[in-house]
Design a protein around this ligand. Structure first.
Ligand SMILES: Nc1nc2c(ncn2[C@@H]2O[C@H](COP(=O)(O)OP(=O)(O)O)[C@@H](O)[C@H]2O)c(=O)[nH]1
Ligand SMILES: [Mg+2]
Length: 268
């Protein structure tokens, strides 16, 4: 081959090789950029999901309402379930004979939303423990209702019924390997102190109800419940009144605050 041809051929080959290398480098760069973009997108999605969970810890959850109806003293499960489902209190008392599942109406209180998915409202009868047991399997949060007026009477029959139920619930939870948040909901505080008939979201009674809650929390029975059901932080207590819509709203507000607090503790 004549020398000029060789030179031209060499130049063309070098240019082609150089071009191929540049194209490969460009492709690699593009791929890296795409990977980076995908990583950032996934990160944003995780952050968004985390934010949503933080702002909405009850979203999609099923809340189970259980608790004893003893000596003609129902504790208010259906009352709160109706309030959270329909936005008003039941017009008359009707005993819950069989479990009822209710959708939840979204409640916005301050910056928090009560936006659980469903409430499973059980009967308070001892004969319905098999139904409680199966509902516990599908529940994400458990609300155990007691009457604070009865509780403070230190009535032996009431206390032993609660102890028995807590023993059973603890066993069912362990057997189904569940570690769900457990709220003790103490109703009828207005029958302990008529001031609590005036509980509302923004009045000075908030401190007074917290004092009562602290007092109840320190009782041996509640301490035993905490020991049996789980480590202390898992069990929360919220006391109040379901006598009127205003008091029910106050109670819902404090339940929400506890639920948000619970979530922050478990994710931090
Ligand atoms: N004074 C007062 N009455 C309540 C309170 N909570 C519920 N009640 C009433 O007590 C009864 C409780 O009924 P219900 O909610 O059906 O109890 P359940 O058996 O736990 O479902 C109803 O007549 C309610 O109006 C409360 O905090 N204070
Ligand atoms: Mg009921």
């Amino acid at each position: 081959m004549p020398l000029p041809v060789i030179v031209i051929w060499a130049l063309v080959s070098a240019a082609t090789a150089g071009g191929a290398a540049t194209a490969a480098a460009r492709r690699k760069k593009k791929q890296r950029e795409e990977e980076e973009r995908e990583k950032r997108r996934k990160n944003r999605q995780v952050q968004k999901q985390r934010r949503e969970k933080e702002n909405s810890p009850l979203k999609g959850k099923k809340i189970l309402f259980i608790g004893p109806h003893i000596d003609g003293c129902p504790p208010g499960k259906t009352t709160l379930a109706t309030f959270l489902s329909k936005g008003n209190l039941p017009s008359k008392y009707e005993a819950t004979l069989n479990v009822v599942t209710l959708p939840v109406q979204i409640f916005k209180l301050e910056d928090m939303e009560f936006n659980a998915d469903k409430i499973i409202d059980e009967s308070g009868s001892e004969h319905k423990y098999p139904s409680w047991k199966s509902s516990i399997k599908e529940a994400d949060i458990i609300f155990y209702f007691i009457r604070i007026d009865k509780f403070l009477e230190e009535n032996e029959k009431y206390e032993s019924r609660i102890r028995n139920e807590i023993g059973l619930i603890a066993k069912w939870l362990t057997n189904s390997n569940k570690k769900e948040p457990f709220f003790i909901i103490g109703s009828h505080c207005d029958l302990v102190d008529s001031d609590f008939s005036n509980l509302s979201i923004d009045n000075s009674l908030s401190n007074k109800i917290l004092e009562l809650e602290n007092k109840i929390d320190k009782t041996p029975l509640i301490q035993d419940i905490k020991k049996k059901i789980g480590t202390g932080s898992k069990v929360r207590i919220v006391c109040g009144s379901l006598e009127s819509e205003a008091t029910a709203k106050n109670m819902t507000h404090r339940i929400l605050k506890e639920a948000f607090g619970f979530f922050r503790e478990t994710t931090s």
